[in-house]
Ligand binder design. Structure first.
Ligand code: PEP
Ligand code: MG
Length: 570
């Protein structure tokens, strides 16, 4: 049997299933001990929760990293929220025991977060559910799921991998992770990648289909799990696992190397980040700059827009971490699948085609100016910041943004505040409109970065998040590749640098094409930096040209993909 899910963390894990089923948190037999008694029980459970969670956070901080431990400290903050606690106390005042108060309030928050169409908010729902079950376990005195003493070679199977569960994991005894929910950017996926454990998430009904002791092979790169495989399959995957580990070990030699092809031609290899904290990890991973800072993450998970000062601090922090290296900061890319509630954006039937990104910002100049001023000011110190506009479709948008930028400069000048006068202004080329008029746009901006995630979606007329049309979402389609080739050519013609920050930049099959066409900069996730550098190293110009010619003569996406796949294996 083969189970399919989301490929969340690369690698091959082979072992035996350990299904983590929830312990009973039934509190129906608990007797109400009076207002004061129940409130005292609640407070002592909160104190206990905080002690345990602080200890876990400290452990993961030293073993995994700062960012991962923040998931747990975030839970302490959530439960510490006076409003949340007063809601629990109100329930106690109304005659509920402490367990019922925790259950009701946490469930209400979880449902509220889960109902928001935003991955970060849904993650908060997971956090509150985690708080709920751990608080109930403390109040009821039942032992939590003990994943810290699993037998060696366990494949952890759970409905959802809560952050606290992941933290408790004895990494050396876990071969892989399999869950029924969670996306590539969920906390469990982030933690699995940080622990370097292969993980496949969102496998429907995994808990029903699997039993403790089942033999499992989890292929985190392909997003599949093979259940009770025969000997031949086991041998095949053992070989694949060995090959994966061998390659990973080899990659570390690229950590401090330059990004050059086989003939010594240089390329820029940057990283994509979503927060200043990730900039450190990117530098650590060997990135030579930041090719995309998705600033919308600064605007999410809060009740109001960040102030100019807050934004300034965030941009300056990245700029300093990357001193001497380029930092491309994309202005607010909200809308589409990234809703920010407090911005009051209206409901739209086709949000991906709607009032989003640069369109929204130009129509809300007061909001946009705050960001532009922060960028201009942060750019004054290291002078390594470049501003990038998302979802451009026409020249007027570049002109509109430039005009606002000039207004901001004039204001800062009048106020005597230092700013970067010549801050470069570039655009993401991620719509067919922009790709088709690349020559016109290149005359009025300082650089291009190709956003293949959206360029593929819009060129193919396929919602990038809709599983039903997933097969049509392919960057290998000749239409998408022609668009990319045309954009690079337009940039070359105009003499401006051109990069790529969509996921395609890290696809080893596409790398020779991009090299052949003259892409200057590859911007990939921090974890893909070394593999991308290694791929670039192995290509000679003539070879890459040949592959590009061969691939572009083919009429179908599948034909192109096969052709490029075989070139990678050459
Ligand atoms: C893209 O569209 O390719 C891109 C890099 O931006 P995002 O994934 O944030 O839309
Ligand atoms: Mg995009």
């Amino acid at each position: 049997m083969i189970l399919r899910g989301i490929a969340a963390s690369d690698g091959i894990g082979i072992g035996k299933a350990v299904c983590v089923r929830e312990q009973s948190l039934d509190y129906s037999a608990v007797k109400y001990g009076g207002k004061d008694g129940e409130k005292a029980r609640l407070q002592s459970a909160i104190a206990h929760f905080n002690d345990k969670t602080t200890a876990m956070a400290e452990r993961i901080r030293t073993q995994v990293g700062e960012k991962e431990s923040e998931i747990l400290t975030g839970q302490i903050m959530m439960l510490g929220d006076p409003y949340m606690q007063s809601q629990m106390e109100e329930a106690i005042d109304a005659g509920q025991c402490a367990e019922a108060a925790v259950d009701q309030v946490c469930t209400m928050y979880a449902e509220m977060f889960a109902g928001v169409d935003d991955e970060l908010m849904r993650q908060r729902a997971t956090d509150v559910r985690d708080i709920r079950s751990r608080m109930l376990a403390i109040l009821l005195g039942v032992a939590g799921v003990d994943v810290s003493h699993l037998p060696a070679g366990s494949v952890l199977v759970a409905h959802d991998l809560t952050p606290s569960m992941t933290v408790g994991l004895d990494k050396d005894h876990v071969a892989a992770i399999l869950t029924e929910v969670g996306g590539r950017t969920s906390h469990s996926a982030i933690l699995a990648r940080a622990l370097e454990l292969p993980a496949v998430l969102s496998v429907p009904h995994a808990m029903e289909q699997l039993q403790d002791g089942d033999s499992l092979i989890v292929d985190g790169g392909e997003g599949i799990a093979l259940v009770n495989p025969d000997q031949a399959t086991q041998a095949q995957y053992l070989a694949k696992q060995e090959e994966y580990l061998r390659r990973k070990a080899l990659l570390s030699v690229y950590r401090d190397r330059e990004t050059v092809d086989a003939e010594g031609k240089r390329y820029a290899l940057y990283a994509n980040i979503g927060s200043p904290a990730e900039a450190g990890a990117a530098a650590e991973a060997g990135a030579e700059g930041i090719g995309l800072f998705r600033t919308e993450f600064l605007f999410m998970d809060r009740t109001g827009a960040p102030t100019e000062e807050e934004q300034y601090e965030a941009y300056l922090a990245v700029s300093r971490i990357m001193a001497g290296k380029e930092v491309i900061i994309r202005t607010l890319d909200v809308g589409g699948d990234k809703a920010v509630e407090y911005l009051g954006m209206a409901h739209e039937d086709n949000p991906f085609l709607g009032h989003r990104a640069i369109r929204y910002c130009l129509d809300n100049p007061e909001l946009y100016k705050v960001q532009l001023r922060a960028l201009l000011r942060a750019g004054a110190q290291e002078k390594n910041i470049k501003i990038m506009l998302p979802l451009v479709t026409s020249l007027e948008e570049i002109r509109g943004a430039r005009a606002l930028l000039e207004t901001c400069k004039a204001e800062l000048e009048a106020e005597g505040v230092p700013y970067h006068r010549d801050i470069p202004l570039g655009i993401m080329v991620e719509t067919p409109a922009a790709a088709l008029i690349g020559d016109l746009l290149a005359r009025e901006c300082d650089f291009f970065s190709i956003g293949t995630n959206d360029l593929t979606q819009y060129t193919m007329a396929v919602d990038r998040g809709n599983a039903l049309v997933e097969q049509l979402y392919t960057t290998f389609h000749p239409a998408v590749l022609r668009a990319i080739r045309g954009v690079i050519a337009a940039a070359k013609q105009a003499g401006i640098p051109v990069g790529m920050c969509g996921e395609a930049a890290a696809d080893p099959r596409l790398i020779p094409l991009l090299m052949a066409w003259g892409l200057d900069e590859f911007s990939v996730s921090a974890s893909a930096v070394l593999a991308t550098r290694a791929q670039i190293h192995r290509w000679y110009t003539a070879q890459a040209d040949q592959v590009a010619q061969k691939a572009m003569a083919l009429p179908t996406a599948s034909g192109v993909e096969d052709c490029l796949q075989s070139a990678v294996h050459e």
